[in-house]
Design a protein around this ligand. Structure first.
Ligand code: ADP
Ligand code: MG
Length: 854
């Protein structure tokens, strides 16, 4: 079994275009078989796929080769599909589009007898797409239709709009010309042939109708036979003696490049019934022509066009806007194409064969057009589409070149006989659905406020209600009038059969007189009512004029207010501009302020830090001053003591010198005496001059000075109790009082092996045999002087520690600009030294300071 599923040709990239396109919507409808015993070669295998089986006879012909082909469509409708189901899927959106000013084209395609006419037109009770479309259209726009002749075709495929009065005049003119009664406007049975096409339960309606528009429907019906166009609605005067053959029409292009049948009758219809009537009129004419001219009806294409004109209501919602540019026209073409089969099937002969060939030619052209279009769209080629080769394609050129929605119902008769034709139909259908048509764009809206019709209706209702309240007539009621006439006394029988009858006439006269009286009474009443009415009307008019005046006043006030508003608006704009510039300025100022504030903050911080530093420096200076004062007092005290000590030493020296002189004098005296008194007494041995003892010195010093100096005291130590030096280097007690300042000198005294103490204690002293005191004082030149007072540590007899000072080392730091240093370097008293001057004052053994630590 060969099962071939036809894959679609992959689409090639197309030229970039921002126009949205939709493929032609192709639907497939399978009609039921004519008889149960007929062979079926079509099977619906899904809601979008059908399968064709080659019939048995054909299989035998092709050496038993079994062949099945599948075809996909937008949707497949099986034999049980009802007309309404088909309509809802295929045509409903086309009607909605039509109301939204978008064009549509719907055609049925298939072999003769496949159900094209059944699908398009239907049968009584089984209305097809055409009657249902009309029904839906009128159900939707019904109450919003314009009066007849308000919209008027302009013979150039356009529609004009005219005012109510012109339309009324035209209506009256037509009525006077036509002796026939007016077209019925209500649903009533017009022709039993198309009666009950649609079950009222199945009525469709589109709810999205713009109520602020007025609509008018125009229909036209043409037939294309043998590549000639005939107007099926044309009212040609019929000449029974020399019947003229129908005149064919030509195609023209309008200013929007749309094709139209020139001079084709467009009938304005106001209801579904009226439209049906027009359609059936055309159908009848078609049938007559076919019979008279011996035509094959299945070989003609019929095109029923529904044109919808719409224009917005004016701002009051009462009348149609008298602006042709605001009139939108859209159309839906419903096409029942000729049978697609080849000619030999109909066994046509002679001229009919030629005609059939022409018809087939137009379908061939349709196929070629579709093929070229598809190729151009898919391959990006630009081949010319031969629309002009046939009237059908030429007429619908704009749907494929321009925009619109195109739908096709492919009708299939599943009988085996049609198999080969059906195959061709399927191929064409499948190819057609690859053709794309530009999607219609939405029309711009008029810009007036919506709800105008409703507001106007509400106003009219209110007006009639008020009139009714005042007792005025609302409408002339014919029932009331009839009742009134019936209430008059009935006329008696007035047939005079006997010349001597003297009763009938007086009775009649009496009745007539009574009637006359009643009539007069009624006239009086009428006049009174009319007067009342007149009065009411006058009142109403005066009220109306006063209201109008008020309205006028209000309008002028409104105008003034408008002016004020405009002025204020300009003022507001000016102020807004000003406020904007001010805001800008404020912005800049704020930014500047922020900058300044930041500066201020940083300056304040700097100020604070500087103040803190100043405070610190001041405190430091005060501390320094205090320390310096202490140092000055110390030094002063020390020098006083030193002076005292030197004075004492000088005194001692002078005393010693005096003693030596005394001694010398004594020795001289003794010599003198020895020499002079040798004869006298015994000679005294010469006394060795004696140095005054320390004790004596001390006593002398004590005598000369009230304050005893510790320097002159004798240490109560055992001089032999020195610690051994050979034990491994000297060990030092480094006494650095806490008040000492750390000087930033390069050369610092380094004492190895030292125990550093801030106050001397016995423990430290007991471990060492050398002692050094770092003493700071202010020199006479204002510089700080550090003295290293060194001494030996002894053990006292009592078990304590004693220190004997032996040496003073002076360390001095000087500023380079110090005048004393300059002077010194200039005077050449000693070598000029760098920053640190180490001035050793040798005071070996002239110091005898002892510290006792117990
Ligand atoms: P075509 O227009 O394609 O030549 P018709 O519409 O005239 O074919 O159909 C031929 C016959 O088949 C008609 O009698 C019609 O009633 C009938 N028919 C077609 N389609 C269907 C259908 N879907 N259901 C019932 N009867 C149908
Ligand atoms: Mg038909």
């Amino acid at each position: 079994m060969l099962c071939r599923r036809k894959g679609r040709t992959p689409r090639r990239p197309k030229k970039p275009s921002n126009i949205e396109k939709d493929p032609v919507g192709v639907y497939c409808r399978i009609r039921p078989l004519g008889g149960e015993d007929e062979e079926c070669c079509v099977e619906m295998i899904s809601s979008s796929t059908i399968q064709l089986h080659a019939p048995d006879g054909l299989k035998a012909n092709r050496n038993g080769e079994y062949k099945e082909t599948q075809y996909c469509f937008k949707k497949v409708f099986g034999i049980k599909t009802t007309q309404i189901e088909l309509f809802e899927d295929v045509a409903k959106t086309l009607i909605e589009d039509l109301i939204h000013c978008k064009n549509g084209l719907l055609f049925t395609y298939g072999v003769t007898g496949s159900g094209k006419t059944y699908t398009m037109t239907g049968s009584p009770g089984e209305g097809g797409l055409l009657p249902r479309s009309l029904d839906m259209l009128f159900n939707s726009i019904g109450p919003f239709q314009a009066k007849r002749f308000v919209f008027k075709p302009d013979e150039k495929n356009g529609i004009e709009v005219q005012n109510q009065l012109d339309a009324l005049l035209e209506r009256q003119k037509r009525d006077s010309q036509l002796s026939v009664p007016k077209t019925p406007s209500s649903r009533q049975r017009v022709d039993p042939e198309f009666a009950d096409m649609i079950n009222p339960d199945q009525a469709c309606k589109f709810e999205g109708v713009d109520e602020d528009c007025c609509y008018s429907v125009f229909v036209s019906y043409i037939e294309i036979y043998n590549n000639y166009i005939y107007d099926l609605l044309e009212d040609a005067p019929f000449d029974p003696i020399r019947p003229k053959p129908p005149q064919s029409k030509i195609l023209r292009e309008d200013q929007n490049h749309n094709m139209y049948v020139a001079g084709c009758t467009e009938v304005e219809v106001k209801s579904t019934e009226e439209a049906f009537e027009v359609f059936w009129k055309g159908q009848k004419k078609r049938r007559i022509a076919n019979t008279e001219l011996n035509r094959e009806s299945s070989r003609s294409h019929s095109v029923f066009t529904v044109k919808l004109a719409q224009a917005p209501l004016d701002a009051d919602g009462d009348h149609i806007l008298q602006d042709k540019s605001q009139v939108n026209v859209s159309q839906l073409c419903l096409v029942d194409l000729a049978g697609s089969e080849r000619t030999n099937r109909t066994r046509a002969e002679g001229s009919r064969l030629r005609e059939a060939g022409n018809i087939n030619q137009s379908l061939m052209t349709l196929r070629t057009c579709m093929e070229v279009l598809r190729e151009n769209q898919m391959c990006g080629t630009n081949r010319m589409v031969p629309y002009r080769d046939s009237k059908v394609t030429h007429l619908f050129k704009n749907y494929f070149d321009g925009e619109g929605k195109v739908r096709m119902v492919v009708c299939v008769n599943p009988k085996a006989e049609d198999y080969e034709e059906t195959l061709l139909v399927m191929r064409f259908a499948e190819m057609t659905q690859e053709v794309e048509v530009a999607r219609p764009v939405d029309r711009p809206i008029c810009g007036l406020t919506p709800g105008r019709r409703q507001r106007n209706q509400a106003f009219k209702d209110e007006l009639s209600r008020r009139l009714e309240e005042r007792g005025g007539p609302v409408n002339g009621d014919p029932v009331q009038l009839n009742q009134l006439i019936e209430s008059l006394p009935p006329l008696p029988p007035c047939e005079l059969s006997d010349p001597s009858d003297d009763q009938t006439l007086p009775r009649l006269m009496e009745v007539l007189e009574r009637r006359y009286r009643i009539r007069q009474k009624m006239t009086e009443q009428f006049n009174q009512t009319a007067n009342n009415m007149k009065f009411t009307l006058q009142q109403f008019e005066s009220q109306f004029s006063s209201k109008e005046n008020v309205l006028h006043d209000q309008r002028s006030k409104l105008g003034e207010k408008d002016k004020v508003i405009t002025n204020q608006r300009t003022e507001i704009e000016r102020l807004e501009k000003k406020s904007k510039t001010l805001e800008y300025k404020i912005d800049i100022l704020q930014k500047t302020t922020e900058m300044y504030e930041q500066d201020k903050r940083s300056l304040q911080q700097e100020l604070e830090s500087r103040e803190q530093r100043l405070q610190k420096e001041l405190a430091e200076r005060r501390r320094m001053e205090q320390r310096m004062q202490g140092v000055v007092t110390d030094t002063k005290l020390k020098w006083e003591r030193e002076c005292e000590r030197r004075v004492n030493a000088k005194q001692l020296e002078l005393q010693n010198k005096l003693w030596v002189k005394d001694e010398k004098l004594k020795q001289l005296k003794a010599i003198v005496t020895e020499n002079g008194g040798a004869s006298g007494g015994p000679t005294e041995p010469p006394r060795k001059p004696e140095r005054p003892s320390r004790e004596r010195d001390r006593n002398v010093a004590q005598k000369s000075s009230a304050s005893p100096t510790p320097l002159s005291t004798v240490p109560p130590v055992h001089p032999m109790h020195r610690r051994s030096h050979s034990a491994g280097g000297e060990k030092w007690v480094d006494h650095k009082p806490a008040s000492n300042l750390d000087l930033d000198t390069v050369m610092q005294p380094i004492i190895p092996n030292a125990i550093k103490v801030s106050t001397p204690n016995e423990k430290a002293l007991s471990k060492c045999h050398r002692y050094v005191l770092r003493h700071q004082e202010l020199a006479s030149d204002g510089e700080i002087e550090t003295k290293l007072i060194k001494g030996n540590v002894f053990k006292t007899r009592g078990g304590g520690q004693a220190v004997e000072f032996t040496d003073i080392e002076t360390l001095k730091q000087e500023g380079p600009t110090a005048p004393s240093r300059k002077r010194r370097s200039g005077s050449g008293e000693g070598p000029a030294q760098a920053d640190d001057i180490e001035n050793r004052v040798s005071a070996n053994k002239c110091l005898s300071l002892l510290i006792f630590v117990q």
